[in-house]
Design a protein. Structure first.
Length: 159
C-alpha cells in the first residue's frame, strides 16, 4: 500500500507540470482587474446607495452615487437618475415599510454583487443585485428577484 501511495505521489509531482502545460489557465482569470482597495470602495459605495435609496428612501442623496449615465436592466424601471427617483417614489407610496437586509457582498473589478433579503413588502423576496461602477459611481444595474416561499422543499434556506 505504501508503494502505491508513493507511486501516486511521485506521478503527481512528475506529471503535474506536463498536465498543467496541456491545460493552461489564463492569468486574466486568476487576477482581478482592479486593486483590492478600489473594490472595497466600490462595495462601500453600493452599500451606501442601497441604504440611502432602498431603506431610507432618500432618492436625492442616493442619486449622488450614480454616474452621469445610469443604465437599468430591470424591465420595470426606467434608465437614468429620474428613473431611479421614480422607483423610490413608488416604494414610498406602495411599499413604505420595505426594508432590505444585505446578506452577502461580493466585488470583482468594477462589479459589486449583493445577496439581499427584502421584507416589509407585499411579498418578501430574495434579490441578487449586480452593479457596475465607473470612477467610483454606479452606472449600471441588473437584478433577479425571487419570492420567498412559506414552505421549502429543503431545509437549506435561501440565505
Amino acid at each position: 500500500m505504501k508503494h502505491l501511495v508513493g507511486i501516486a505521489l511521485l506521478s503527481t509531482i512528475l506529471m503535474g507540470p506536463a498536465l498543467a502545460a496541456k491545460t493552461p489557465i489564463p492569468m486574466s482569470s486568476l487576477v482581478t482587474t482592479k486593486p483590492y482597495a478600489q473594490q472595497e470602495q466600490n462595495k462601500e459605495t453600493v452599500l451606501k446607495f442601497y441604504e440611502l435609496g432602498l431603506n431610507q428612501k432618500n432618492a436625492d442623496e442616493a442619486a449622488k452615487l450614480l454616474g452621469s449615465r445610469y443604465v437599468q436592466h430591470n424591465p420595470n424601471a426606467a434608465d437614468g437618475v429620474e428613473g431611479f427617483k421614480q422607483f423610490i417614489a413608488y416604494l414610498k407610496k406602495n411599499e413604505p415599510d420595505s426594508h432590505s437586509e444585505i446578506k452577502r457582498v461580493f466585488a470583482d473589478g468594477d462589479y459589486v454583487i449583493l445577496h439581499v433579503k427584502a421584507t416589509g413588502r407585499t411579498t418578501p423576496v430574495a434579490i441578487i443585485d449586480v452593479f457596475k461602477l465607473e470612477e467610483g459611481k454606479i452606472v449600471e444595474h441588473w437584478d433577479v428577484i425571487q419570492p420567498i416561499p412559506e414552505k421549502s422543499a429543503n431545509t437549506n434556506g435561501m440565505f
